[in-house]
Design a binder for this molecule. Sequence first.
Ligand SMILES: [Zn+2]
Ligand SMILES: [Zn+2]
Ligand SMILES: [Zn+2]
Length: 555
Amino acid sequence: MLNNESAITCNFCGSLNPIYYCNKCNVVFCSKCKKEELNNLVFCAYCGITIAKIQNNDLMSEQKYKCHKCRSNKFVIGQKRVRLCPGCNQSNISTIAEKKRNLIESSRKLIFRFRDGYKELYTFLTKLSRVRNKLIELRTSGFFHDPKIESFILKLIRSIPLTKKQIMFRVEQDYKILKLPLQKFLDPSKWTPDKFFLLEASLNQIKETMDDFRRFIDELIETSNKFLIIATKKIKAVSYYKNIYDKFEGLLEILPGELPICAFKNVKFKKCSFQDLKRSKGNLFLTDRRMIFLRRKGLIFRKYIHLFDFFLEGFEKVELVGRVFKKLKFSLEEGNIKFAAPKKVMRAIKNYFTISINFEKYRVEGEIPTEILEPIDLNLLDLKQKIELIITSLLSLTPTSYQITNPNQISITSPSVQFNNFERNDNNENPSNNIVLFLHKIQGEEFSLSNTLQNLEDKFNQGIISSEEYLKQFRHLQSELFSIRKRIDQIQRQINNDLPYNPISRPISQNLRIDQNPIQINSNLRNVENTRCNNDDSDEKNKSKPVPINIFDMY
Ligand SMILES: [Zn+2]
Ligand SMILES: [Zn+2]
Ligand SMILES: [Zn+2]
């Protein structure tokens, strides 16, 4: 740390070693030249954070303070010694070592954000996988509503490889952009405080690239997410009916081959003109063969009993009758049956009745497509490998550390590299990966050593330890740090020599075959949405309503 800095002296006295750096005016100064101020501060008695700074003449005033974090109004007043820059008299200063550490840490943290690439996709795929499982469950239990669901899920499953390719391609593009600003972060031992602001400028550049990357990922997944949301809504609607059928399974006695369609709770059965049936409240079910009514009994302990069921063959028509108090009237050969319910529900029953008697037109035909039956691969192994490799390359960057050749041909030493749920496998057999892991490990050690050294300096500056003690520990830590840095240097050189270099270089755009144009997907989606807007406002309302009125209005 001292080898290069020893040449620099305090900007104020011009003779001593500088320790502090002002983030505002970019000057360095020694501990003798630093200014100090004793501040009267108001602290929250509950959570301990600083609430306000009080001027000396305000000390006697009876002002009340409230913590903006925990809302407590209990506070204590205390004093705190604050270091100031001798140039601008402001406290926005750090020690030089701290500043370096922050710069390194910030650059690393930014690069790690590439992981969002597979984390976000993973989150999306788990959702997709859940929807797929639910769909399979519905289909295998005889709920064949809405063939559109299959087409949406298929579209999403088929788009996964393309999405992965797009992310990989983007990461590679960003790699090229980031190489330059990151190279400045390579050798902190050579940094001098007058370069800090340049490093900060590079950091901003890196941040912008990473922000763009994140936006790209969000937009990419958002497109697929819209399809998934539509599919989820449809599945929820069908599941709603399935739950009611499951609950009343025993009373319904579904016949072999009979298909459940819908169910409506709290419907009033008014009258049957050809059979003496008790007028009552209950649940109305429509299958592809029958209309079934379960009567509700009891006010507190509710119980349902089977009141009637009629085969749909005998039904002639259904209509809403009555001027003020509308009723739903089903006409049969032998007479009619009347129900009452909120208008919206009656209209839904009417629509569903038409669907029920023509269900072969609305139902899903054939088996569940095999592409849907195959479990969705949530591992994203190839994407993770690529991103982790690029992160590693960027963090130990040298001109030849990572060569983009063919996007499908990752220049990684062996396919045996494994990642387990976003975690690197530490028992990796690959020697070159072991060495990267080892490098990470000793870089961590370097970090904690320089931290200890910094604490030592602080203690010395605050007069907590004597100069003899300081020098003794300082020499010891310094020599340890020196040997670790030498080791890091050696390993970095070794890695650079080991990493395979693939001389094939074709333009990436030629290698990346994009099967389906994303713009196409977008315009498809718009079409879907337009249809929704035009034909269907009930679907939107369904979100808040417990009864899905009609899920077939997409046709
Ligand atoms: Zn000085
Ligand atoms: Zn508080
Ligand atoms: Zn300053």
